[in-house]
Design a protein around this ligand. Structure first.
Ligand SMILES: [Zn+2]
Length: 255
């Protein structure tokens, strides 16, 4: 299925706790930093090494398997390269038992081209499914881009259009999702129609690249990038009260 700016988050309810922890330590509170402290998704350096195993036998032929493997390598490289210092790495492994998630060919007859998972899903759902239709040479969806988008879900990001303006939502025919649960997402950036996690509108797009927008990269770096440098409270005698200082950034609202 995030807009890179939308983290499907049970983490949301922990956000306040994390913010307090940051403030108590006298650092300049940053919502993304608090999010990183609180979120359970790919947080530790070990968690950030995502091993995947491709179920070769589930793909109908060697050519499709080779194409999928090559495209997945490019898509994972793209995510790694927009933030080398995030520590996110995707590595193919030879043994299923070593994998964080599986990559499996399925035949759902175009119900989707590919379907990732969200890290809040149960562990047994951590499967990236690839439909036969993914390999259609006439598809208007960029094949590497489709995988970039699905890897976005795997990193915790939801569809961007869930917060699109209502009229746009209707006009574009996005029927399946709307952000109706205020606690289920956390905005990392402003709404971004150019996000790779945003569905195209109807058939207005001749081809769909699913490339990173500048805000995609900003949001991703905020969530997974190096920790912000803590800014000491100027008056050493006054910190550690836990009370937010004037002008302290507030937690991102969970729309
Ligand atoms: Zn999606």
């Amino acid at each position: 299925m995030i807009g890179v700016r939308w983290l499907k988050a049970r983490a949301a309810r922990w956000l306040g706790v994390a913010m307090l922890a940051v403030m108590v330590c006298g650092a300049q509170a940053d919502p993304a930093f608090a999010l990183r402290v609180s979120t359970a998704y790919w947080k530790t350096p070990q968690d950030k090494i995502l091993h995947y195993w491709i179920d070769a036998g589930s793909f109908p032929d060697a050519d499709q398997l080779a194409l999928l493997r090559a495209n997945l390598t490019k898509a994972t490289d793209d995510w790694e390269n927009i933030c080398r210092d995030c520590g996110i790495r995707f590595i193919e492994v030879a043994n299923r038992s070593d994998a964080t998630f599986l990559v499996v060919g399925v035949n759902v007859q175009r119900a989707f081209l590919a379907d990732g998972f969200n890290p809040s899903d149960p562990r047994d759902k951590w499967v990236l499914k690839i439909d036969r239709s993914y390999f259609n040479p006439r598809s208007r969806f960029d094949k590497i881009g489709v995988l970039r988008h699905e890897l976005g879900h795997i990193l915790g990001y939801r569809h961007e259009q869930i917060v699109a303006p209502e009229d746009r939502f209707v006009a574009c025919g996005w029927k399946t999702e709307r952000n109706t649960d205020a606690a289920s997402v956390i905005a990392l950036t402003a709404y971004d129609p150019e996000s790779l996690m945003h569905y195209p509108c109807g058939i207005e797009a001749e081809s769909v690249l699913f490339g990173f927008s500048p805000l995609d990269i900003d949001g991703h770096r905020r969530l997974y990038g190096p920790n912000p440098v803590a800014v000491a409270v100027p008056d050493a005698a006054s910190p550690m009260t836990g009370a937010p200082a004037a002008g302290t950034p507030q937690p991102v609202s969970a729309e």
